[in-house]
Write a protein that binds this ligand. Structure first.
Ligand SMILES: [Zn+2]
Length: 271
């Protein structure tokens, strides 16, 4: 009887361990990755490079999920607590580089008349990325995303592009190719913080999942949600399209965490 009880307890512990592993991204301390850092009990807040970071878990075992920007230099980095700091190492990661030649130079360097609009778009998106909603109830700390669209990855996160010999910012999201009109699902529950028709990104939806975790969906043919609407995981938010500056129908899906654009694949549960 004793033995049965013991193995039952062990089994329960294993299940708990497995579910907690699947429910959060893996510790991937590289540029474009996330650091998963255990915090002292009762830690309520922490900052990375001055920005508040997402904290999950209960008050006994809080865990910080820290986004690391692509331009973060490898080496020691520091998570600041109210008293003290936790040092962790950012490791190197090399991403693919692609050289492209595009004949229409207006698509590489937009004409000056579009600068005002491009700046307005950028400010609108940045305001959402910079927001930090402390209400944990928005997504109840669930960090396991579903893929917003089934399809081929046509361009991975982090790829560096050199257009007509001009180096561009690394790819800040994941491109999923799918036929025009394919429904796009919210990767997780959240609140719609911006909808717009932007110069580069076309029809776009930004969803806040709480604590600086924001997903962005671009190039939609149609937006199916209203600003400030609450969405459930899997709810249809729009349709795949090719609006903005693109060459074919696909979804550009990006994940923003404490103002860093990180690899969306880290949040999507592998089947
Ligand atoms: Zn893209």
């Amino acid at each position: 009887m004793k033995l049965v009880l013991f193995s039952g307890a062990l089994f329960a512990a294993l299940l708990l361990f497995q579910s907690s592993v699947a429910a959060q991204p893996a510790h991937t301390p590289v540029p474009g990755g996330v650091a998963v850092i255990a915090l002292p009990a009762n830690t309520k807040s922490a900052r990375f490079l001055g920005n508040p970071v997402l904290i999950i878990g209960d008050s006994e075992k809080p865990i910080a999920i820290v986004g690391i920007a692509m331009d973060q230099a490898p080496g020691p980095a520091q998570l600041d607590l109210v008293s003290g700091a936790i040092v962790f190492d950012v490791l190197e990661k090399s991403y693919l580089t692609e050289r492209l030649t595009i004949q229409d130079n207006n698509k590489v360097t937009p004409p000056a008349r579009d600068y005002d609009r491009i700046n307005r778009d950028r400010q609108e998106m940045m305001a959402v990325f910079e927001s930090f909603t402390t209400d944990r109830a928005i997504n109840a700390g669930r960090l396991e995303f579903i893929t917003p669209v089934e399809g081929r990855i046509s361009s991975p996160f982090g790829k560096r592009r050199i257009l007509n010999d001009q180096p561009r910012s690394p790819h800040s999201g994941l491109d999923i190719a799918a036929p025009e009109g394919t429904p796009i699902k919210a990767a997780a529950a959240g609140i719609v913080r911006a909808t717009g028709d932007y110069f580069f990104n076309g029809n776009t939806v930004l969803i806040d999942h709480g604590q600086g975790l924001i997903t962005m969906y671009c190039h939609l043919s149609k937006i199916k949600v209203e600003l400030n609407a609450t969405v459930e995981q899997g709810e249809i938010i729009g349709l795949v399209g090719q609006t903005g500056r693109v060459t074919g129908p696909h979804l550009h899906f990006s994940v923003n965490l404490n103002q860093a654009r990180v690899d969306p694949a880290l949040f999507i549960a592998q089947p």
